[in-house]
Design a protein around this ligand. Structure first.
Ligand SMILES: *[C@@H]1O[C@H](CO)[C@@H](O)[C@H](O)[C@H]1NC(C)=O
Ligand SMILES: *[C@@H]1O[C@H](CO)[C@@H](O)[C@H](O)[C@H]1NC(C)=O
Ligand SMILES: *[C@@H]1O[C@H](CO)[C@@H](O)[C@H](O)[C@H]1NC(C)=O
Length: 361
């Protein structure tokens, strides 16, 4: 497999050079220290370029269908009615492959085979400039068509991704649909609690950590209230929101919004945080190992909450939280548009030369 890589890198550095020169003369939108972006100098001009230029070709599904979760369907609806679509495949940077969430591997292979045979785009990159949504854990069986989709095409995966179904640097996390009708918490923190842990289900079903923290007056351990205003207050009343890595962590955008710095508790590296190649997660959240239990956690949080560092971390998170909000129709810098921005960053598809040792069915 030979990869025409140096050319794209050269091209990329030319663009980088060009954009940084043109931007130096303008003031930055935020002082660098308070910018939540990995690269504030590049983010804004690149985003503008995305708005003006990104084009996506959407294949027609064989039959009308609906995605199974609100997040998947809102993304698809927003995409179809967005100015990013084009009917002219030759103009497109990316190609979107729609298919129902529960499609079996064999049928999915047929969908890809159809695309491969009827259009010239798949063969050019073996799918690397193609995009699809899948929030289920990946099936492993499958023919070449299925494998190329899984291994080469960009997968939009609901956050958190099912274990083993996310390839960092290729795939993109879809934050859950959330509308946040309350305004962001811009004021300095007046938190009473060190940490808030959302209680899920019955007490008998509780995590070890929840059991250890129960009764500690520094921690608020309570279920998510139905009233979202009350929930927002609860989030703002704690310095940190504790997430034991799992389904719960999907609420991380809300925590940021209401000034509750996420404390993610996990023993393995996390590779599927939303907007990982856009936001400075390391400076907006703390990551704590699970092994040390409540004692270590409390120590780590006390350390992170002292000094000026905490307030800066909190403000970066509040600033970043607009990227987690879904609007209907989409608005600039909201969740949909930031996802499109991530796709734009991935548009330089690596072009593969067809390997002759792969059999074709
Ligand atoms: C793409 O390549 C396959 C062989 O790998 C071939 O069967 C197919 O016809 C090609 N598609 C197009 C549109 O040429
Ligand atoms: C933030 O501060 C302003 C002015 O001090 C106050 O009016 C407002 O209620 C505060 N907002 C929140 C959410 O506490
Ligand atoms: C216990 O936890 C599991 C997994 O987190 C969940 O599926 C189940 O519904 C919970 N049971 C109760 C009674 O809450």
């Amino acid at each position: 497999m030979s990869i025409n890589f140096s050319f794209s890198l050269f091209f990329l550095s030319l663009i980088t050079l060009f954009t940084s020169v043109s931007v130096l003369s303008e003031p930055l939108p935020l002082p660098d220290l308070l910018s939540p972006y990995l690269s504030p100098v590049k983010f804004f001009p690149n985003y503008e370029a995305m708005v003006n230029r990104l084009k996506i070709f959407i294949y027609k599904p064989n039959a009308a269908f609906a995605y199974e979760s609100p997040t998947e369907s809102l993304f698809y609806t927003s995409l179809r009615s967005s100015p990013f679509t084009t009917e002219d495949g030759e103009q497109a940077h990316l190609y979107f492959v729609p298919f129902p969430s529960d499609l079996r591997p064999n049928s999915l292979s047929r969908v890809v085979r159809g695309i491969r045979n009827d259009f010239p785009y798949w063969n050019r990159t073996l799918g690397a400039d193609h995009v699809f949504i899948s929030c289920r854990s990946g099936a492993t069986a499958g023919d070449r068509n299925f494998l190329e989709l899984q291994k080469n095409a960009i997968q939009l995966s609901c956050f958190p991704a099912p274990a083993g179904n996310f390839i960092p640097h290729k795939d993109v996390s879809l934050p859950p649909v959330s509308t946040f009708d309350a305004p962001p918490q811009e004021n300095a923190s007046s938190a009473r609690f060190l940490g808030y842990l959302r209680r899920d289900g019955s007490e008998s079903n509780e995590s070890v950590l929840a059991k250890q923290l129960t009764g500690d007056p520094d921690f608020l351990i309570a279920a998510e209230p139905v009233d979202q205003g009350v929930y927002a207050e609860r989030l703002s009343s704690s310095k940190f929101c504790l997430f034991e890595y799992g389904a719960d962590v999907s609420r991380i955008g809300k925590a940021l919004r209401f000034g509750c710095v996420p404390a993610v508790i996990t023993d393995r590296p996390i590779q599927d945080l939303p907007f990982m190649d856009v936001l400075k997660w390391q400076e907006m959240a703390v990551f704590v190992g699970a092994g040390g239990g409540a004692k270590e956690l409390k120590l780590a949080l006390s350390r992170a909450s002292s000094g000026d560092g905490y307030e800066r971390m909190r403000r970066l998170g509040v600033a970043a939280s607009k990227h987690f909000v879904w609007h209907k129709p989409p608005e600039p810098y909201d969740c949909f548009n930031t996802l499109m921005y991530q796709l734009w960053l991935r548009r330089f598809a690596i072009r593969y030369v067809l390997r002759d040792d792969l059999s074709v069915d």
